[in-house]
Design a protein around this ligand. Structure first.
Ligand code: SF4
Length: 238
């Protein structure tokens, strides 16, 4: 097999995840993200550091877990924002596809604007919706929603399966009105297989404190799981 020494900045690799796509998955957490979501669980991945792992090193590590990939498992590219490591992921994915590994991309849709090749190699896209309006999006992430719109256009062209993920944030995205706007917003996305409403929690506070970063939602209580379940039922019924 062709060798590839291209490197990327990788924060960590988790080998037995059950929450980042179907089956048991290896999750690659890349460093670097243009957004600053107020509830981000992974602030340690915001800044791109020195490239520290090559395509071949990551490939070898992944293939050691190959027995776990039976029953729908595979690899999920996450972060940070994996779209910022597009070329690396394309090279790695080409190698993994030759081994028939199922590939998922966990993304907020904010990269450099050109996503055709990377989408082409994926089996599943886990798309994080931050908010359905530009104002709400800006309030949560600090940036305009425009880049996500570009991603959605290319995602639709790719015809890949999509799982939608929405963090339910008390006082922001936890109303029935918001859920209706979510339902309307995602109508423009093709091939949605599943929608997850994820209750906001504040378990990352310690990480922020250790990193010396201000946690903007310090006074916000975690989202009530029952309310979240009720909103999910409402979403299904609507
Ligand atoms: S897009 Fe993801 S990694 Fe980036 S700030 Fe938001 S939650 Fe964190």
């Amino acid at each position: 097999m062709n060798q590839c020494n291209m490197k990327a900045s990788i924060d960590s690799i988790e080998t037995m995840s059950l929450v980042d796509g179907p089956g048991i998955r290896v999750v690659i957490f890349f460093n670097g993200c243009k957004l600053r979501c107020k509830y981000c669980h992974n602030p340690e991945t915001w800044v791109k550091r020195d490239d520290n792992m090559s395509v071949d090193e990551v490939f070898d590590k992944i293939m050691r877990c190959e027995p776990y990939f039976r029953n729908n498992g595979g690899v999920t590219f996450s972060g940070g924002e994996p779209l910022l490591h597009k070329d690396f992921i394309i090279e790695l994915s080409r190698k993994l596809k030759k081994q028939n590994v199922h590939l998922a991309l966990d993304t907020s849709g904010v990269g450099d604007g050109d996503y055709e090749q990377i989408l082409d190699l994926m089996d599943l896209i886990l798309l994080d919706i931050k908010h359905t309006t530009n104002d709400g999006y800006k309030e949560i992430t600090g940036r305009s929603i425009d880049e996500v719109e570009k991603f959605i256009i290319q995602l639709n062209k790719s015809n890949k399966k999509v799982w939608i993920r929405q963090v339910v944030l008390p006082g922001v995205t936890d109303s029935k009105e918001y859920i209706i706007s979510l339902k309307n917003y995602i109508k423009k996305i093709n091939n949605i297989e599943r929608i997850d409403l994820l209750p906001y929690h504040n378990m990352a506070i310690e990480k922020y404190d250790k990193l010396g970063i201000d946690y903007p939602l310090r006074d916000l209580m975690p989202m009530d799981k029952q309310i979240c379940d009720d909103l999910y039922k409402f979403l299904q019924e609507k």
